[in-house]
Design a protein around this ligand. Structure first.
Ligand code: SAM
Length: 325
């Protein structure tokens, strides 16, 4: 069992397979990074899998593949099959913008993938274009339909931004209700890589929008999930991910692995240790030691601050397109 330095059980590994993305979402990566990490610096799927086996053997039960846009990396279905064939009861999920799902969903499902989290920030073509800086909506919606058609579990993630898509919270909720899928509204997390003129919505403001149409009941958090769940009066459930509160840090059960082999204990901080040399040398014991050290040093909580007026607050230097969000 993996226990961190604060006594928390860690059983969830998020693996970013590429930092590259076919969107340029303003809250994540508005410009192409000055230079992408050269492909030769990325760990191969076999090398990533070597670490994943260590993590599974030591107690990881849930794996999420993310990016950048994970569907851009060739051979992703074979990587998923490697994990599935090693332990088929792993909760195996992927986070995607859905753009490439019309042509890949069936292969992913056949490889053993169980669930998808899909980013959907707007149902208006021009707003979706403004956020992603590309004409994306039609393919994204087709991708969602394809995922549902092949039988993958689907959840939607939306990041509400003031003056951009804050008028669509109820529309996205209705869209998800109609498709019988759950939406989670994510508070915008300030970071150095985003368009700095953006302003996110606080959890409280998001709930106020929902209350314009529905009465809601707080259900609470589901285990270690960062999502706080709510129930509408018609029985629909939705979630709110509010990292500016730290109450989910105390149950944090996750670590992150980047495509270059950095093991990251907290989304907010720069700290990381590399498993690169270990997996390149097939050194399972070495990889296991790095994992133990990262767990021992895992921070107690992130530093996104609830107080907007606190000008001393730091902004995270972490790029979500590297860590996978
Ligand atoms: N390309 C995939 C996608 O679009 O979902 C996976 C990577 S993306 C970095 C993973 C998640 O991080 C998405 O749900 C996205 O909305 C979220 N995300 C990225 N930047 C964020 C930010 N600044 N604040 C809140 N969520 C963010």
């Amino acid at each position: 069992m993996l226990i961190d330095g604060h006594g928390r059980r860690v059983n969830y590994l998020r693996v970013s397979v590429t930092e590259r993305c076919n969107f340029r979402c303003q809250y994540c990566m508005p410009e192409k990074p000055f230079s992408w990490t050269p492909k030769e610096n990325l760990l191969s799927f076999e090398e990533l899998f070597l670490f994943i086996k260590v993590a599974i053997d030591e107690g990881v039960t849930k794996i999420r593949i993310t990016g950048g846009e994970p569907l851009l990396r060739e051979g992703l279905d074979s990587f998923i099959a490697m994990i599935y064939n090693y332990k088929n009861d792993i909760d195996l999920a992927l986070t995607t913008n859905a753009y490439l799902l019309p042509e890949t969903a069936q292969k992913l499902k056949d490889a053993g993938l169980k669930r998808l989290n899909i980013s959907l920030d707007s149902l208006k073509p021009q707003v979706a274009h403004q956020i992603a800086q590309k004409d994306v909506l039609e393919k994204v919606l087709k991708g969602i339909d394809k995922a549902l058609e092949v039988g993958l579990g689907v959840k939607i993630n939306m990041v509400p931004l003031k003056g951009v898509n804050d008028d669509e919270i109820l529309d996205i909720l209705e869209y998800c209700k109609e498709k019988n899928i759950k939406v989670r509204f994510i508070e915008y997390m300030e970071n150095n890589h985003a368009n700095q003129s953006l302003e996110g919505m606080h959890g409280k403001e998001i709930l106020t929008k929902v209350k314009e149409r529905y009465s809601i009941k707080a259900l609470g958090r589901e285990g270690a999930s960062p999502s706080f769940n709510y129930l509408l009066d018609d029985g629909t459930e939705f979630g709110l991910i509010d990292p500016h509160k730290h109450d989910f840090c105390e149950n944090c059960n996750r670590i992150r692995l980047t495509a270059e082999g950095f093991l990251i204990p907290c989304l907010y901080f720069d700290e990381a240790m590399s498993i690169r040399e270990s997996v390149k040398n097939g050194d399972i014991e070495g990889a296991s030691k790095v994992l133990a050290k990262v767990l021992a040093d895992k921070p107690k909580e992130n530093r996104w601050n609830e107080d907007d007026n606190d000008k001393t607050q730091e902004v995270s230097a972490r790029a979500f397109y590297e860590t996978g969000g």
